[in-house]
Design a protein. Structure first.
Length: 256
């Protein structure tokens, strides 16, 4: 560590390494300000960068890498990127996060008010996913939807903390949702205000088992739109089917 530390202005080049951030939480939360809501911050971490600005409201800018990381309710096996953290904003650029088999390249920015992320504060999020398990992804983002599969796509989030929104193009291999299983799904997804909406969707059904010595049936295809309301678990859809082998839809089969 080298540089100058001042009440009104500081400029320090620093390297910080720790086996666990948890014992530093009191110190980190004091730096964030007396009125800032304390957060649980844990994990093995390395940060190299600069501390600038007034002592009561410094700016931290540098590269961070952490493993077994946790911030509040979010957790990752590893996370790495360029961090800018100051009283009026948080930026995480060129980020990479992993949890279990899930991984994401992302950038996120939050508008803060004296370290606080208020309900009306705006945020932005961009991510690219490749064959990412949705269970691990939901754990990374702190979400919980009854769906899983291997997800690829590009996504953009925004809105405010109180009213977040997420939009993107997705492709899921082996999707499962509400005890339904399919071969593949793709479309345009938007999440906002208690709704999950999918438009221009293509859903490929699993073919029924081939008869002994016979040829497997052609997988069916459903296209259309889908709406799920999280508050009352209501589902609405408008679909068109082509060559749909009913024997391949396990949910409508009579018990044997």
């Amino acid at each position: 560590m080298r540089g100058t530390l001042g009440r009104r202005d500081s400029s320090i080049d620093a390297i910080f390494e720790t086996e666990d951030l948890l014992p530093w939480d009191d110190f980190i939360n004091r730096i964030r300000g007396q009125d800032a809501e304390p957060k649980v911050i844990a994990g093995r971490a390395t940060w190299q960068g600069r501390i600038t600005g007034p002592l009561q409201g410094p700016t931290f800018a540098g590269h961070v890498k952490a493993t077994d990381a946790r911030y509040d309710t979010l957790a990752w096996d590893s996370i790495e990127g360029d961090l800018i953290y100051e009283p009026d904003g948080f930026r995480f650029l060129r980020g990479m996060a992993t949890r279990d088999a899930s991984s994401a390249q992302f950038e996120v920015s939050l508008d803060l008010d004296h370290w606080h992320f208020e309900p009306e504060a705006t945020w932005n999020f961009d991510a690219t996913l490749v064959r990412t398990d949705t269970e691990g992804l939901q754990a990374v983002l702190g979400w919980s939807y009854p769906a899983r599969g291997l997800l690829s796509g590009n996504f953009h989030g925004g809105g405010t903390r109180a009213h977040p929104e997420l939009n993107g193009l997705f492709d899921i291999i082996g999707p499962e949702a509400w005890d339904w299983k399919f071969d593949r799904a793709r479309g345009e997804i938007s999440l906002r205000q208690g709704e999950v909406r999918i438009e221009n969707a293509e859903l490929r059904l699993l073919p029924p088992p081939a008869p002994d010595g016979g040829t497997a049936a052609t997988p069916g295809l459903l296209t259309g739109n889908f709406l799920y309301r999280t508050g009352d678990a209501q589902i609405a859809f408008d679909v068109t089917g082509a060559v749909v082998p009913l024997a391949g839809i396990q949910r409508i089969q009579a018990p044997s």
